[in-house]
Design a protein around this ligand. Structure first.
Ligand SMILES: Cc1cc2nc3c(=O)[nH]c(=O)nc-3n(C[C@H](O)[C@H](O)[C@H](O)COP(=O)(O)O)c2cc1C
Length: 228
């Protein structure tokens, strides 16, 4: 039995493309992997992601030097530990979010800050850092208003060429999808080497194609979930 952890960073709005496709992925997975456990971690609930703030830093310092802690500090450290354990214990990850300003929603970044812990998800060695979550896999499901990934590797080359020669264009490229790049890199840093993607792109820039864009992504999510 495997555990699928779904990390969802989305405000609770109606008609969300990423949530529709994410839900399709999870429901298909549930149907095709009936023995697996599925945990949904919604980062936009009222309590939110345990923060890295003044209290966290003070609590870490007190923990390190074995100093007495206030009850609130103990509770916060326990929340960090619980969320981190949940992440480490899962076998597979589904990350669902909208693109915000070429990046991930802040809550998703906060979640990655919470999970990047030395000796837990990675370790330092004389030859550089090594991920400790090898053998796990992930999928990133993201909706964006414009199109970033359609051009593939050739799109990246064209983008760099335009940058080099200062040629103006409205065409975007995967290099401007900083959130997807960052998430993929963090997962690889943790040792999660198999990272798949479902991009739901262009529904704002090409509003007349919204239904086709959604239908294509739903099909892709269904296909991927069956063999995930
Ligand atoms: C605050 C905000 C920032 C956004 N930034 C971008 C952006 O940088 N690039 C882009 O292509 N779309 C951007 N969008 C559009 C959304 O990514 C797009 O509408 C997407 O479909 C939203 O996801 P959802 O359909 O799951 O709600 C932004 C939307 C909002 C609300």
């Amino acid at each position: 039995m495997s555990t699928l952890l779904v990390i969802q960073a989305h405000p609770h709005v109606e008609k969300s493309l990423s949530l529709a496709v994410g839900t399709r992925f999870v429901e298909t997975y549930r149907r095709t992997h009936p023995d697996d456990q599925i945990i949904i971690r919604d980062l936009y609930t009222e309590a939110g992601v345990p923060p890295l703030n003044d209290m966290t830093m003070a609590a870490w310092r007190k923990q390190k030097f074995d100093e007495p802690m206030a009850e609130a500090e103990k509770t916060l450290l326990q929340q960090h530990a619980d969320w981190l354990d949940e992440f480490i214990e899962a076998d597979k990850y589904v990350f669902i979010n909208p693109m915000y300003n070429h990046f991930l929603p802040a809550e998703m970044k906060q979640y990655l800050d919470l999970t990047a812990v030395a000796h837990k998800t990675f370790k330092y060695t004389p030859n550089g850092s090594v991920g400790l979550l090898e053998g796990k896999k992930a999928i990133h499901i993201q909706a964006a208003g414009s199109v970033y990934h359609a051009g593939g590797k050739w799109g990246i080359v064209k983008f760099l060429f335009r940058r080099l020669f200062k040629i103006k264009s409205n065409e975007s490229s995967a290099l401007m999808d900083l959130g997807d790049m960052y998430l993929t890199n963090m997962l690889k840093f943790y040792g999660v080497n198999q990272v798949e993607h479902v991009y739901i792109e262009g529904a704002d820039a090409h509003a007349d194609q919204r239904e086709q864009i959604l239908a294509r992504a739903l099909t892709e999510a269904t296909t991927k979930a069956k063999v995930f």
